[in-house]
Design a protein around this ligand. Structure first.
Ligand code: PLP
Length: 405
């Protein structure tokens, strides 16, 4: 049973007030709150285990290493990767994409080659490629969308040419909530012999992800968006691809042997993990993944789907409401504007009512341009969001709307 009251008790911050009002936290797309087990894991490991991993013979170092490597196995299991060699710890989605963009462009692309992205990408899945475009003379091709916020799959197929070397798209849009048909996107790319990177920043907290079933070549996500700590994330890559890519950064741990004449590199996944890893963070991330797994990703998805349907229906009752993103398959991200009220004014006034939403372009300026707007207000739901909180949001929006006449 999905006992929402019981679940909320695991997140102490949800009980606090802001401006004397109960907090209504609807900014889960930006980051999620942490259950007690995640926060306690961080304190416990610092208090009782802390030692640098991998290089120590002493007891604590071995214990810390065991925890860190057990966390890698937890991540592997969570996304059903074949092997722990395919799980690289990074700082987050952004670093994971940059790692692939840099090493893939260096080793697999030449001037004139192309990467396909979509119009609804987060800046991290645009700018990472643009940096390589400037350096290597590669080009970005962009999958367009319809007015509901769904990618145009026919147009997508037409973008392929012998110059296409990679497709890189979001599983779920952080602005529109669209759940993209990544199975089909991957299938089409593979039919052209092209690998695919899926940006899972907004899907991992909400959907069950099986990288083998998807046949994704790369899948990336951030710990902090899936109820884990900040500063840690994951790059999943098929071993066959990771083997082909050169190291991203140089330093300790990623080497096998070093001399001034020649350095050889460590095996996967360590080849991509230069320097001291965030071993405290990896343990806490594993706790977060265990936490959501215990609730059941399917149960979370079903609960959030019901909540999204309810929220969409309630929001549409508000006069002057414009919702951006009405895809048939949509997650709990609701971007909106009301009448001609500026998104910043709406966000600021909602904040005074204790409601935390995000305003602005949401790191997706090209998408804003496509929509013909500068920004939106975004309410994003989490596994602990309640219908009562949606009601508070709707009442808050109504109040602001009436203030503006
Ligand atoms: N991709 C998407 C779709 C996102 O929503 C975000 C963050 O909002 C990112 C990438 C970047 O994630 P991070 O800042 O954790 O690296």
């Amino acid at each position: 049973m999905y006992d929402i009251n019981r679940i909320r008790e695991d997140f102490p911050i949800l009980g606090r007030e802001v401006y004397g009002k109960p907090l209504v936290y609807l900014d889960n797309g930006a980051t999620t709150q942490k259950p007690r087990c995640v926060v306690e894991s961080i304190a416990d490991e610092y208090y009782s285990v802390n030692a640098n991993v991998h290089r120590g013979v002493h007891f604590l170092s071995q214990q810390a290493t065991n925890l860190h490597e057990a966390s890698r196995e937890t991540v592997r299991r969570f996304i059903n990767a074949r092997s722990i060699s395919e799980i690289v710890f990074t700082r987050g989605t952004t670093e994971s994409i940059n790692l692939v963009a840099s090493t893939f462009a260096d080793s697999q692309m030449k001037e004139g080659d192309e990467v396909i992205v979509s119009v609804m990408e987060h800046h991290s899945n645009i700018v990472s490629w643009q940096l390589q475009a400037a350096r290597k003379g590669i080009r970005l091709r962009v999958i367009p969308m319809n007015d509901w916020g769904e990618l145009l799959m026919d147009e997508y197929e037409r973008l392929f040419s012998p110059k296409t070397k990679l497709v890189s798209v979001a599983h779920v849009s952080n602005v529109l909530g669209t759940i993209n048909p990544v199975e089909r996107i991957i299938e089409i790319a593979h039919a052209h012999g092209v690998p695919v990177l899926i940006d899972g920043a907004q899907s991992i907290p909400h959907l069950k992800v099986d990288v083998q079933a998807l046949d994704a070549d790369f899948y990336v996500f951030s710990g902090h968006k899936v109820y884990g700590p900040t500063g840690i994330g994951v790059l999943y890559g098929k071993e066959s691809w990771l083997d082909k890519l050169p190291p991203y950064q140089g330093g300790g741990e990623m080497i096998q042997s070093v001399s001034f004449e020649k350095t050889t590199f460590n095996e996967l996944p360590f080849k991509f993990e230069a320097g001291t890893p965030d071993y405290i963070g990896s343990t806490a991330l594993a706790k977060a993944l265990d936490y959501v797994s215990a609730l059941g990703m399917d149960s979370i998805a079903a609960y959030e789907h019901e909540l999204t349907v309810y929220a969409m229906q309630r929001m549409k009752e508000i006069p002057g409401m414009r919702i951006f993103g009405e895809a048939e398959h949509k997650g709990g991200v609701i971007s909106f504007l009301v009448g001609d009220i500026h998104h910043f004014d709406m966000g600021t006034l909602l904040d005074r009512l204790g409601i935390a939403v995000r305003t602005g372009h949401h790191c997706a300026e090209p998408l804003m341009r496509r929509l013909g707007i500068e920004g939106t207000v975004r309410a994003s739901l989490g596994l602990y969001t309640t219908k009562a909180e949606i009601d508070v949001l709707v009442a808050g929006i109504e109040r602001v709307r009436k203030m503006f006449g």
